[in-house]
Design a protein around this ligand. Structure first.
Ligand code: FCB
Length: 477
């Protein structure tokens, strides 16, 4: 039962209450908010390079300044306190803590995250740290220098090994002060938007390289899981996790051809990660579907065992469902091996400023699918939210009723999934602040806090105040 359903006997809406201990958070990512791109020894990441490449990011925007979070840490933690979150999900910038992606850690870079984690703990907020939210040090993407194996990006195995080293450095520095470690955020985007469709950094359009990237991201996750376990103090209660943007897929028509389209996208968007990580195997149908692109010989003996090292929870990022049909799609496609088989159809219904359909059932479907397919794996919704064209009115207020409606329906869907047995332990709203929305630059606002990028002034939107009430009462009324 959700707030929107009337009680069958009384006809009144029943309040929706989450289990005690449910974790309520907001999420951000380093490159999207920090700015300070060249300070304290930080070196460029692939996003610094990509955003400087003409035509790649709307309006030529870059993350050079972003929401200037690097210099406004105290102010932003005060905002988190005002919203009343129990948890805060942030990401660590690899080129800030290990400039160029090799060698010793930069203490100045680590100091920023030490200060962040300590301030969160002081504020009574649990730190949830993501190690990779897409900012690969540029030197690891550029071709290897003479005499070095490092470089070539995620299609190369060496990058996974570099990532494990970096994970160890950060794990050793922040230890068990971090409640939950997430190795990777949305490896699907990193592999397939980065190397197949090229709409994200590093902007390559090589589907075979993207499949190698997907495997090496899986390997990076497995190696980093092992490195983190070794770096954390014995008996540490810290949890290790991975965040996937699983696709909630629907066939346009309930026909064998459209169901096959679902199967194909499910393989290259969902099972390409779920099967290796949770079952230690590659999806056989994916290997067949992509045979013209690769023989998968880059998967070495022992890799799948490394990748399937046990983790403590799975993070799910969800924004909208995907409707597919037998047909064709534009190339370069972010789904290698499917462009001549699968077409994408806009889902019906209202849309956000991203033109993404609003459909909370997709979140319920994903959570209950995972309940069935991964019994015993704790789940967290590590991102969910919506962009709208928000502005401060003359009184300085930011009214965002559409975002409140979006959040309400999705939080209700999480509750419904929990009632139906999905072990969901937390919900992280994307995002705390308006920020650099990747290829869309600053044109899309996902924050519950409005940022005036000319002055860096922060203003709580109505949705932030609404979310504070949800957290305060532990659910929806
Ligand atoms: C997710 C990303 C996050 C943000 C949201 C809108 O795919 O993880 O950084 O851009 O989309």
């Amino acid at each position: 039962m959700t707030a929107v359903d009337a009680h069958p006997l009384t006809g009144t809406a029943a309040p929706v209450r989450f289990p005690t201990g449910f974790r309520w958070g907001t999420a951000t990512a380093a490159y999207q908010i920090e700015g300070a791109a060249t300070e304290d020894g930080r070196t460029p990441s692939i996003w610094d390079t990509f955003s400087r490449t003409p035509g790649k990011v709307r309006n030529g925007d870059t993350g050079d300044i972003a929401a200037d979070h690097y210099h406004r840490l105290d102010e932003d933690i005060a905002l988190l306190k005002e919203v009343g979150v129990t948890d805060y999900r942030f990401s660590v910038s690899w080129p800030r803590v290990q400039p160029t992606g090799q060698g010793p850690a930069s203490q100045r870079g680590l100091d920023f995250y030490r200060r962040l984690v300590d301030s969160l703990l002081e504020a009574g907020i649990r730190p949830v740290a993501t190690l990779y939210h897409w900012d690969l040090p540029q030197e690891l993407e550029s071709p290897p220098a003479a005499g070095s194996t490092a470089g070539g990006g995620w299609p190369e195995r060496d990058t996974a090994e570099r990532f494990a080293e970096y994970a160890h450095l950060v794990g050793a520095a922040l230890g068990d002060r971090v409640a939950t470690w997430t190795t990777l955020n949305e490896p699907w985007c990193a592999a397939f938007l980065g190397y197949a469709s090229g709409v994200h950094a590093p902007g390559r359009t090589d589907p075979a390289a993207a499949l190698r990237a997907a495997h090496h991201l899986n390997l990076a996750h497995g190696l980093a899981t092992r490195a983190l376990r070794a770096a954390l103090p014995a008996g540490s209660p810290a949890e290790l996790s991975l965040t996937l943007n699983l696709h909630a897929l629907r066939p346009l028509h309930d026909t064998p051809a459209d169901r096959d389209a679902v199967r194909r996208i499910d393989a290259v968007a969902n099972r390409v990660f779920l099967d290796p990580v949770f079952h230690g195997r590659l999806p056989e149908d994916l290997v067949e579907d992509t045979a013209a692109l690769t023989d998968w010989a880059f998967v070495r003996d022992g890799d799948l065992e490394t990748i399937s090292a046990p983790i403590d929870s799975l993070g799910i990022n969800y924004y909208n469902p995907t409707v597919v049909t037998a047909g064709t799609s534009d190339t370069p496609s972010p789904y290698p091996g499917t462009a001549d088989r699968v077409g994408f159809v806009p889902a019906p219904g209202p849309r956000t400023a991203m033109d993404w359909p609003v459909d909370a059932d997709g979140l319920y479907e994903l959570l209950t699918r995972l309940r069935d397919e991964l019994p015993g794996t704790p789940l967290m919704v590590t991102e969910n939210g919506a962009a709208y064209d928000d502005y401060a009115d003359p009184s300085g207020a930011v009214h965002d009723p559409e975002r409140v409606a979006y959040l309400r329906s999705h939080i209700a869907a999480v509750h419904r999934a929990i009632e139906d047995g999905a072990p969901v332990g937390g919900y992280f709203l994307w995002s705390l602040l308006d920020n650099f929305e990747w290829a869309y630059g600053y044109s899309k606002r996902f924050g519950v806090v409005h940022v005036d990028f000319a002055t860096q002034r922060r203003t709580l939107k109505d949705s932030a105040r609404w979310y504070a009430q949800v957290i305060g009462r532990g659910g929806l009324d």
